[in-house]
Design a protein around this ligand. Structure first.
Ligand code: PEP
Ligand code: MG
Length: 838
């Protein structure tokens, strides 16, 4: 054991064999700084095997320590060196090795008060972190504090404060090694992605004294702004001060002269210039924006550590792009360095991370971004507020299709119920509205127009901020940061597209969605949910008329009214997409979703249809179903009331002819929802073909179209081979497919999802991240069977998972052709697609 340890404490020299896997990132980083000839104090790396052995109680062999303390009056620091800087580690311990004798000699060199400060800070940290004594007993500073601390240590431990530097170091190493194994430390690093058995290395380094005559002190410097990523020198210099040791005449300086107070740049321009020079060199050699920790000893700089600059999402994009533009890293590496989710943050306002937060309630972060508005409880109120130019937040138990107008009129949405694919969540993402769903602690009292949460009450009209990125609703108006769609964003996505990867389309229902999709360079529309086109005030009556038509003839007449509206919708989409593929899904929802649910609504409908209220009420209840999600929706409606799909097919073909005459040729893609049997596809296909033939004839125009199927039921996935025979494409609707595979209501799962994920029943919310084991297997099986039947078939995913980076990777690896997601998630998906291809 002794020999193994001896060989595992290694001086960090330019040529030493130090790899990050055995010695951690800090040791490796220090070696790079040493190779650059930066003034790094003598340092040693302790490998993870040795640290593990120390943690297991095998002790630190005294002989090994002679490498460190075989010299006069040496003090050292010990820092953790995990494989990734993000995994943290036990706190740094400074000034190991100090004892009475060294303290006396130090006092002669740098003054009694300074020597006391150094000794005291070590005694305090040793007593608290190594001997585990009560921190309150060691809280004193100033004259006499050192004596008191040493006495207190003696009284508590019944021994003198350890004077042997070897023993001090051995105890510090042991304590740090053990701390890494503690359950809290484990949980914290696992939350940051560390494996269960993540190793720890340690770094021992000679202390550079930050106290003495002339300019002495410690500081840190970085060369970009952590929030914006803009080049800017920031940091602090603390004269006569290092860690907890505060010497005589300690003062803090800004670094640059354009700051609000005295600066190092003014006080010591040469030191400042050297730091900038070191910073530039470190950026180039370490290929990263670094924060450099330094000590100045009587005018001499030591570089003691360097860490990756902490950064916000927007800064991460700007830094990666700037490094690539300066030729320091290739474009592909810049693409790999940005978390796809970070791009989502750039598209919307965000709550300023430095602003105070008064959390009203927590829920599921269903759609990112942040907005402040006044609480309203109904869509009508939201529309009235919007008409007055007032920002409002729509607060509902859950939203229903009729709320779409209210959602349009709101700046954000908060619901008590629902999960990531509930109505509110899907619509809000489509509209780019911040949204929190499943805030189950919220009590909504619409009668008294108030909400209550944890003993607090808020009235309609009170101001709240919805932070859809974190899932927290905040009291009042929080400070917000603007979206950041700047050059760096555009450039990074351009490089991402160059890397190739799976295609990315957008789910777009309106011309506005389509324009957003184009703005974000979507490669087409992968899903247009046509039912969403009818929740408009002008259109709903026409739709209701159609639903109420008893006889086919009446229904035909009302569909004739709807036809021009749909034709206009589709023409607009085709024109905006300018020849890119547009997939239009035929009607999907249960009809009763279009009907009013309260008395006022029923009354209004009776009036507009000129029918007795009792007729209307009877018909509405006749259309209601016990389980509408599994009832007469999707293709079942298309087969039962075929005139609806006929009308839609006609509108699509006529729009394609019109758009093709004015612009690029359009090949529309028609998609059949909720299929579970091959025969359903045959029946719809026959009718759609007939409509196409009729339109060709009437318009004397030739056009192509592609008919495809949405795979949303487990049976469709299992029978994908049969279904593919009649389909040019298959698109997995993973929202419904997840719902049906788990037997889990997408609108109700929010209630228990937190508990389920918390207790590890599900690793993640399967509506949010594709369940690769279960639903994923259906996808793979479906794709394989479909391709065996029809090798040229196009395969895609258009459920909400299409915008989720992990799920995109899965689809890429499975060889799918594209994913389709809400327009505002297109940039995230493009980056994720590139990363899975690089
Ligand atoms: C789906 O089910 O995955 C889908 C895209 O359709 P919708 O969300 O409209 O049910
Ligand atoms: Mg669906």
């Amino acid at each position: 054991m002794t020999n193994q340890f001896a060989s595992d404490i290694k001086e960090i020299t330019p040529s030493a064999a130090i790899d990050a896997t055995s010695y951690g990132w800090r040791a490796k980083c220090l070696q790079r700084l040493i190779r650059m000839d930066l003034p790094v104090p003598q340092s040693w790396a302790i490998g993870s095997d040795a640290v593990q052995s120390i943690a297991a109680g095998n002790g630190v062999p005294a002989g090994a320590l002679s490498a460190v303390f075989g010299r006069d009056d040496v003090l050292v620091s010990v820092r953790p060196s995990a494989l990734s800087p993000d995994w943290g580690g036990p706190g740094t311990v400074l000034n190991v090795g100090i004892n009475d004798a060294i303290h006396t000699r130090l006092a002669a060199r740098i003054g009694r008060e300074n020597a006391d400060a150094i000794y005291l800070s070590f005694v305090q940290s040793y007593a608290i972190h190594i001997a585990r004594l009560d921190p309150d007993m060691f809280a004193q500073h100033g004259a006499g504090a050192l004596r008191d601390a040493l006495r207190c240590y003696h009284d508590e431990m019944e021994e003198e404060f350890p004077q042997d530097p070897d023993r001090q170091l051995a105890e510090v190493l042991r304590s740090m090694a053990r701390a890494w194994e503690g359950p809290t430390a484990r949980l914290l690093r696992q939350a940051k992605g560390a494996p269960q058995d993540a190793p720890l290395g340690l770094v021992v380094q000679d202390m550079a004294l930050a106290m003495g005559s002339g300019i002495s002190g410690s500081g840190s410097i970085q060369f970009v702004d952590s929030v914006t990523g803009v080049p800017r020198v920031t940091g602090r210099f603390r004269g006569q001060h290092h860690g907890a040791a505060i010497g005589a005449g300690a003062e803090t300086l800004y670094l640059t002269r354009d700051s609000r107070g005295p600066s190092l740049e003014d006080a010591a321009p040469e030191i400042f210039a050297d730091l900038v020079r070191f910073g530039v060199a470190a950026r180039e050699r370490l290929r990263e924006e670094m924060q450099i920790e330094f000590v100045v000893t009587e005018g001499r700089i030591s570089i003691i550590d360097a860490v990756r600059v902490q950064r916000s999402s927007r800064a991460s994009v700007r830094i990666a792009v700037a490094l690539a533009e300066d030729g320091i890293i290739p474009h592909s590496e810049a693409v790999m360095r940005v978390e796809p989710r970070a791009l989502g943050d750039l598209l919307h306002h965000q709550v300023d991370p430095n602003a105070p937060r008064d959390v009203l309630v927590r829920g599921i972060n269903a759609s990112p971004g942040a907005a402040t508005g006044r609480i309203v409880f109904t869509s009508t109120k939201a529309q009235a507020a919007a008409a007055r130019g007032e920002a409002c937040v729509l607060v509902r138990r859950e939203t229903v299709p009729e709320d779409i107008r209210g959602m349009h009129a709101s700046v954000a949405v908060l619901t008590e119920r629902g999960g990531t694919t509930s109505h509110a969540a899907v619509i809000a993402r489509g509209l780019g509205l911040p949204c929190i769903v499943g805030a189950s602690e919220l009590v909504i009292d619409t009668r008294n127009r108030q909400i209550r949460c944890k003993g607090r009450t808020f009235q309609e009209g009170d101001e709240v901020t919805v932070d859809g990125t974190s899932g927290e609703a905040l009291v009042g108006a929080a400070a917000l940061l603007d979206p950041a769609l700047d050059d760096s964003f555009t450039r990074l996505l351009h490089w991402a597209d160059e890397a190739g990867g799976i295609g990315v389309r957008a789910n777009a229902d309106t011309p506005e969605d389509a324009r957003t999709a184009r703005k974000f360079n979507a490669q087409g529309i992968g899903l247009c949910r046509t039912e969403h086109m009818f929740f408009d005030t002008d259109r709903l009556p026409a739709m209701r008329e159609m639903i109420f038509a008893d006889k086919p003839e009446d229904r035909r007449l009302s569909l004739e009214r709807i036809l021009p509206m749909q034709r206009q919708d589709f023409t607009a989409l085709f024109e905006i997409m300018a020849g890119l593929p547009v997939t239009i899904r035929l009607f999907d929802p249960p009809l009763h979703e279009f009907l009013p649910h309260d008395r006022d609504g029923l009354h209004e409908l009776a009036e507009s249809l000129d029918l007795p209220l009792s007729d209307v009420t009877r018909r509405v209840s006749a259309l209601s179903e016990f389980n509408p999600m599994l009832g007469m929706r999707g293709v079942r409606l298309g087969i039962t009331v075929p005139e609806i799909y006929d009308m839609q097919a006609r509108a699509i073909f006529e729009a394609a002819v019109e758009a093709s005459q004015r612009g690029k040729p359009v090949v529309p893609e028609i998609m059949i929802p909720l299929v579970s049997a091959k025969r359903e596809v045959e029946l719809v296909k026959n009718r759609v073909d007939a409509v196409a033939a009729a339109v060709r004839n009437e318009r004397h125009a030739d056009f192509d179209y592609r008919l495809g199927v949405m795979v949303e039921t487990p049976r469709a996935a299992l029978r994908a081979g049969d279904i593919a025979a009649h389909s040019a494409f298959l698109s997995f609707g993973t929202n419904d497919l997840t719902q049906m595979t788990y037997g889990l209501s997408r609108d109700d799962a929010g209630r228990f999802m937190g508990t389920y994920v918390g207790q590890g029943v599900y690793v993640e919310d399967p509506f949010h991240i594709l369940d690769q084991d279960g639903v994923g297997e259906l996808l793979l099986m479906g794709a394989k069977r479909a391709r065996a039947q029809r090798p040229d078939i196009t395969i895609s995913v258009c459920g909400e998972h299409g915008g989720n980076p992990e799920s995109i990777k899965f689809c890429h690896q499975a060889g799918f052709d594209y994913v389709s997601c809400s327009p505002f998630r297109v940039p995230v998906a493009r980056l994720a697609a590139a990363q899975s291809a690089i």
